[in-house]
Design a protein around this ligand. Sequence first.
Ligand code: BGC
Length: 724
Amino acid sequence: MNLIDKLLARMTLDEKLGQLNMATAGQAVTGPVRDDPATEAIRAGKVGALLNLWGREATARYQKIAVEETRLAIPLLFGADVLHGHRTTFPIPLAEAGLFDPQTWERTARAAAVEAAADGIALTFAPMLDIARDPRWGRIAEGPGEDPLVGALFAEAKVRGFQGGDLAAPTSIAATAKHFCAGGAAIAGLEYGAVDVSERTLREVYLPPFRAAVEAGCAAIMPAFNSVAGIPMTSNAPLLRDCLRRELGFDGMIVSDYDAIAELPIHGVAADLAEAAALALKAGVDMDMVSGVYHACLPEALARGLVGLDDIDAAVRRVLTLKRRLGLFDDPYRHVSASSQVARPEVARPAKELAADVARRAITLLTNRGVLPLAADLRRIAVIGPLADAPAEMLGPWSLAGEGSRCVTILQGLRAALPHCEITFAAGVSAKGHEEGEIAAASDLCAKAELVILCVGETADMSGEASSRAAPGLPGRQRALAEAVLGVGVPVVAVISSGRPLMIAWLAERAHALVATWFLGDAAGHAVADVLTGRFNPTGRLAVTWPREVGQIPIFHAARAAARPADPAEPFSSKYIDLPVEPLFSFGHGLSYARVTLRNLRAARNEFFRRDRIELKIDVVNQSTTATEETIFLFAHDLAASSARPLLELKSWAKVALAPREARTVALALPAESLCCLNENFKPVLEPGEFDIFVGLSADRKSLLTTRLRALAGPAPRDGDAAT
Ligand code: BGC
């Protein structure tokens, strides 16, 4: 008998249910808190895992109770959200996605895992993999943006980064891919709201990141709060059991979201909590985060015949297996023991350096009418706005262990970078308040300056969970401040902090430059200064389409054709009568200080079979004297398929570093397999016929180069080719 069988054979029902129970320790508050960490409950074997607790001493204290004072000495599992760094805070995931760099995505997760593990955390509730096309939804900040391919590569990189090669290594932590699935499609962007998407959209858009996470060996998965087509994800047997477990082959632990099992009656699918517990368990949810419903109500569900002991045993087995894989039975203190600390030269300093590097690479230059980089002879700059000197806001949402007081503000970064400049500062207004503020005094400062850097946007708590915004523009009186500053007549560089694209077309039009800095973490201010001064040539590209107005949402590059495509000359065409159909900025958009042109897209052959590798080439010329790193995107469109295909589907991208004036031919390889679409049975097939291939620096259709290729039928697929 192995360890887990032996334990299961000895466990009482109460002890088994204890292993399925994750209680909150309350060091961070990420949902409603009802009980205290329940030391007594741990001692009685009624708690198998704790969340929201970190630190060597704190975790060791609770672990000691579990392993020294409970009958079976089963170690606790400590879980926490490590969304974009732990002690060291990296840019929010939406910003990091804009690097389009899987290696970096992996490195930041690795660095975060090292710090989190040193703090006793064994399980993180990350990566967040919700594809999101609606900036009203605040959680768009936490994920990889709008595209399923980006999401899939992000998932793979993050899982590898958190878990390392070996889950039992002292610097590895178990990853939880969340929120399975489609939470980003919440109707009207409303948090916790219902979702209703077709099976095709589910499979083409929302599942790929989770498939990739499973294939990368992700240890845990968290179902979303929302329902999909009327079935809450916490009890969604078709998606959790049939799709995730059977079809995708996930055999790790499923941990509910915070209190989600207790919320099943609220959804209206369970008459009482015993039914709720049974529905979740039967759907495959192993661990109950915070609600306590498994522990309290599964005995009744068992007595009523709603579940069997074998269902409970299967869940306990998966929880214990994760603890075993993490090495907790060998050394319950393994993450925080002195020996594992010594072996970690990488803690702290390299993480800080990485955070500084990633922060500047994540900044996205949206417009620039010749004011950036800042002229070397500038002597008087006014820094204006409530986000200019707001250290804690730089962390963004989901920074549990980050220290806001240590973040470098934009004002500090600029003062350090421009010692020869007189830099004046006024917040002007508060970030969210509606009080009058000191707009006139701020305008006076602007009148005395040669250039204004206007730092506006959202506070950290305005995105992330429970932060849906129906009107995601500049909050409070910030627009009034911006209008006043723009009215002074001095060039204005608008620097936007936010967890989502904001509806600021008016500002984009009137400012001399617009820079999206998202939330950059510890090194925010230095990163912004590096980009504004030109010490660093911006590389961030939008992982999400930036709408002009709320009325365009959802807007994304992979839309399908309208029956009557937009035509300004044709009244009966697909357009708004009060707004352009185009976004303010396309997916992939982001300027640099160089001027790069693409020419001459060509394919080695214009016909291909499913198992071919299509070779494409393009000439890239840096016409400027600035060295640059560009991201070249490759999209495809299947012209006639069994179901209408998106007009642009991202298939790959290449990052190219170019010296001043360098001209280079760049090869872009495209496996023909990636041009498959799902047939009516949702199996991937390559349908013979024509494909347009588009290549460009963003998804802006006007700027894309194109070539047409033809897929040929055959060779006859080998067995298994049609398998998903
Ligand atoms: C969030 C999860 C998070 C959990 C624990 C929930 O409210 O939806 O993403 O992992 O809290 O903090």
